[in-house]
Design a protein around this ligand. Structure first.
Ligand SMILES: [Zn+2]
Ligand SMILES: [Zn+2]
Length: 98
């Protein structure tokens, strides 16, 4: 292998490495609105729905209306335990208190 080829190969390796470290960044969202429309958020919502049986996890009476964040600590990367499925009334109450 001549020197030229080695340099090109090095460039390629650096490019691949750049791609590699850039990819997790692509998982960030331009805005919260973008995130609410994402597959990732939809699948989290579905997991909360499954856990709650589509019934409000607070009053356990009305059907689930919203997925509420108990904490925004892990926003964009929430744990299922950060979220709670609430009916419309309970969700409104939750936001009145905070
Ligand atoms: Zn409720
Ligand atoms: Zn909420």
């Amino acid at each position: 292998m001549n020197q030229d080829k080695i340099i090109k190969l090095k460039d390629l390796v650096i490019q691949i490495f750049d791609l590699f470290i850039e990819s997790p960044k692509k998982k960030t969202w331009k805005s919260m609105e973008d995130y609410w429309k994402s597959k990732e958020w939809k699948s989290l919502r579905n997991r909360v729905k499954k856990r709650s049986g589509n019934i409000c996890e607070y009053c356990k009476t009305y059907s689930m209306y919203a997925v509420h964040h108990k904490t925004y600590e892990r926003l964009y990367n929430e744990e299922i335990s950060d979220l709670v499925g609430l009916c419309r009334d309970c969700h409104e109450k939750m936001h009145e208190n905070t």
